[in-house]
Write a protein that binds this ligand. Structure first.
Ligand code: A4P
Ligand code: MG
Length: 187
């Protein structure tokens, strides 16, 4: 089993539901176990400012999927949740980034590990710190140290809610593999 940390982001189409749905999908990935997940954080958009605020979270998987296979699985979840790729850093229903995979360093066109954007992004570091503040990111540093190094003007995200209970994103799989939540909290 390998440890893989996933970053989740959404700023369209009921972002909170998007994140819960993504957690549900992650919980049902084959050869994998969803071990822990963060709370839900809100932040202004990095990139074009004329888009809604983002909600972000992070998750830890134990997985037997190789990195590229896992990336493909993440992209299938994005598609399942109707993500249309358009503008770089533009609005999206769901963005899943493979942040860290064990201590692997990889630079290919399809996959960079660790994800290069982590040290500058409080909306990645804050949720990661809730899962494991001591996590060491190859060539970048320890999560808590990276957070401590961010200048105040780059600390813009706030905790909206603590890590949701598993039953909040528990679901029944229906026709077409769509997800139906048992409970639809507002958001
Ligand atoms: N790719 C390479 N390495 C990875 C990796 N480690 N994880 C490749 C995931 N994908 C990786 O990704 C483009 C290609 O990157 C993929 O096909 C994959 O093969 P994408 O998700 O289609 O493109 P993108 O997301 O538009 O671009 P980018 O640069 O990945 O954007 P980010 O870094 O994902 O940022 N503001 C706030 N507050 N919160 C956010 O979550 N997110 C973004 C998107 C912008 N602003 C934000 C947020
Ligand atoms: Mg991305």
């Amino acid at each position: 089993m390998s440890k893989a940390y996933i970053g989740l982001g959404s700023n369209l189409g009921q972002p909170r539901q998007q994140l819960l749905s993504a957690l549900a999908h992650l919980a049902h990935l084959p050869h994998s176990r969803l071990v822990s997940w963060s709370g839900i954080w809100q932040s202004p958009p990095m990139g074009p400012p004329d888009q809604p605020d983002y909600l972000n979270a992070a998750a830890l998987l134990d997985t037997e999927l190789e990195p590229l296979v896992l990336l493909e699985a993440l992209q299938r979840i994005e598609i399942e949740q109707h993500r249309v790729r358009s503008l770089r850093w533009g609005p999206r229903t769901l963005d899943l980034d493979l942040l860290v995979y064990e201590q692997l360093i990889l630079t290919t066109e399809r996959l960079q590990l660790p994800h290069p954007g982590i040290p500058q992004r409080d909306f990645v570091l804050q949720p990661l710190a809730q899962i494991d503040a001591q996590l060491s990111i190859p060539r970048q540093g320890q999560v808590q140290q990276l957070l401590d190094r961010l200048p105040p003007q780059q600390l813009n995200c706030r905790l909206l809610e603590e890590a949701p209970e598993r039953q909040t994103f528990d679901f029944q799989v229906t026709r077409g593999n769509n997800l139906t939540f048992r409970d639809h909290p507002a958001g």
